[in-house]
Design a binder for this molecule. Structure first.
Ligand code: FES
Ligand code: FES
Length: 517
């Protein structure tokens, strides 16, 4: 028999039943605090759900609510006004928040640092504090800059800031202190409190219930897992006498906000791309259509939610490749069969013969950031003695180098920058993602196509403490603004591969042991 228990949330007493709910369930679904995000529950690995319990940072998705009986829970919504304003300003002034999904949890973590009296010029302490978090957008550096800027920054934004953000992310993207403070308008945050919740039931259907916790119970969801086995890249090299050869592994797009949408009966569903482009990973997401169908079936608003494990299993991946290229630019690239991928490759590497092959594994998509053309462009560029310029299909250009000490320098041309801080942040994030892809990311998929890495930590995303300095130089012009992130992604991938001596396999010898760390 469940007993009622009390806690305080942002200064307000809350009474809940002592069932097996987590603090995250209670905060989002009972107390209605939507600034606390769910990026991986119940894995406890992304940090998006971090709140303060009696002033100490705590990961709420792995905290049973009974453990906080009688305690005081503070989210970013409950911080003193001057403190939350200072964090909003710091993250805005530095570009430390893009989609903003990770930011409220990071602010709570940084509040823990502040409470300990850690000085704001201590970048190392801030980077170490970020070990409990994941940010896929910013490349970490702007977040550490936000720690440094706290208390002194003004939330200045150029007029075109949101336009630059939308250009780079490929979807609507709000910019400003409210995004950092968790009010970016994510699909699941705007759902009515009385909406039903639907989650995949693992059997091609949907478990629908009054709450997420109940829907997960019906679906029989278990904690995600990761593997310690190493799986070889899935495609064999084409036979030939190659000057350069490359095999890539399965990798996970790893966007932090899992797929979500809601719909009222007879209404228009929200988009899982309400605030961020997910690097192309949600372009074909089913959740909006499912929300509309289930809302009509049940005659009530329905929230459709993927767990992290659902996103990994069902979300499309970058098609793996195996390729060989001769000095004259001719060669063969084998790529997992994917609609549109052959055209993307041929557009940048007409000397490569494209062979599409069937590979057992998760779905693939040519919508994922630079899929196909980046691999092909990197192979071609690797033939040159010096790094050159990369131009993305949209027209933005970038050049990059990785120095002997590992530091990265990037130069970009994207027409009118619109807002240099925002542009710099997107470039830093794209550079981090490329570096991470080439050096440390992989997703364990066995020969039968089953995914063995289902937790956010197992994707091998480069941590803040392992990320080298990334220097971005903007070459502005008065030309029409164009996105540069994908060009940066390509240029840094090539520079990282070059710096590693062009080994055949990606990820190359890991610069850090994050994969199983
Ligand atoms: S949602 Fe709690 S750590 Fe990811
Ligand atoms: S801003 Fe960190 S995940 Fe998007």
């Amino acid at each position: 028999m469940s007993e009622p228990l009390e806690l305080t949330v942002d200064g307000v007493p809350v009474t809940v039943l002592d069932d097996s709910a987590t603090l995250l369930d209670v905060l989002r679904d009972v107390a209605g605090v939507r600034s606390v995000k769910d990026g991986c529950s119940p894995q406890g690995q992304c940090g998006c759900c971090t709140v303060l319990v009696d002033g100490q940072p705590r990961v709420s998705c792995v905290t049973p609510v009974r453990r906080v009986r009688g305690r005081s829970v503070t989210t970013v919504d409950g911080l003193p006004d001057d403190v939350s304003a200072a964090w909003g300003a710091a993250f805005t002034a530095t570009g430390g928040s893009q989609c903003g999904f990770c930011t409220p949890g990071i602010i709570c973590r940084f509040e823990g640092l502040r409470a300990k009296g850690v000085p704001h010029d201590d970048r190392e302490a801030a980077s170490s504090a970020l070990l409990a978090h994941l940010c896929r957008c910013t490349g970490w550096q702007p977040i550490v800059d936000a720690w440094v800027a706290f208390g002194t920054a003004e939330p200045t934004l150029a007029e075109g800031a949101a336009a630059r953000a939308a250009l780079e992310s490929g979807s609507p993207q709000a910019v400003g202190p409210h995004v950092a403070l968790g009010r970016g308008g994510f699909a699941d945050d705007t759902a009515p409190a009385d909406a039903l919740v639907a989650v995949p039931d693992g059997d091609d259907g949907w478990a629908v219930a009054e709450s997420r916790a109940e829907a997960l119970r019906i679906a029989g969801k278990v904690q995600g897992r990761r593997t310690t086995a190493d799986f070889a890249p899935p495609i064999e090299l084409p036979p030939g006498d190659w000057h350069r050869a490359l095999r890539t592994s399965w990798v996970e797009p790893g966007y932090l906000e899992t797929d979500a949408a809601w719909c009222a009966p007879g209404g228009e569903p929200t988009s899982p791309l309400e605030n961020g482009g997910a690097f192309g990973g949600k372009v074909t997401s089913e959740v909006s259509a499912v929300a509309r169908r289930l809302a009509d079936e049940h005659g009530r608003p329905v929230r459709v939610l993927y767990s992290r494990e659902d996103t990994v299993r069902r979300g499309p991946k970058r098609p793996p490749i195996a390729a060989g290229i001769r000095r004259d630019g001719t060669g063969t690239i084998r790529v997992a069969r994917t609609q549109g991928i052959a055209d993307a490759i041929r557009a940048v590497a007409p000397g490569l013969t494209v062979e599409e092959v069937d590979v057992a594994g998760p779905p693939t998509s040519a919508d994922i950031r630079g899929a196909g053309w980046v691999e092909a462009a990197v192979l071609v560029a690797s033939l040159a003695d010096e790094p050159g310029w990369f131009t993305a299909p949209g027209g933005g250009s970038a050049r990059a180098a990785v120095a002997a000490d590992g530091s990265v320098s990037v130069t970009v041309r994207g027409g009118d920058p619109l807002d240099e801080t925002v542009l710099r942040s997107y470039c830093t994030g794209a550079a981090h993602m490329a570096l991470s892809w080439v050096t440390s990311e992989s997703l364990g998929v066995d020969e039968g196509g089953e995914i063995h890495d289902l937790t956010v930590r197992s994707f091998g995303i480069l941590r803040a403490v392992d990320t080298p300095p990334i220097q971005v130089t903007i070459e502005p012009s008065a030309d029409t603004p164009v996105a540069v992130g994908d060009a940066v992604f390509a240029a840094v991938a090539e520079a990282a591969w070059r710096a590693a001596g062009h080994p055949t396999l990606w990820p190359v010898a890991a610069v850090s042991d994050t994969r199983h760390g």
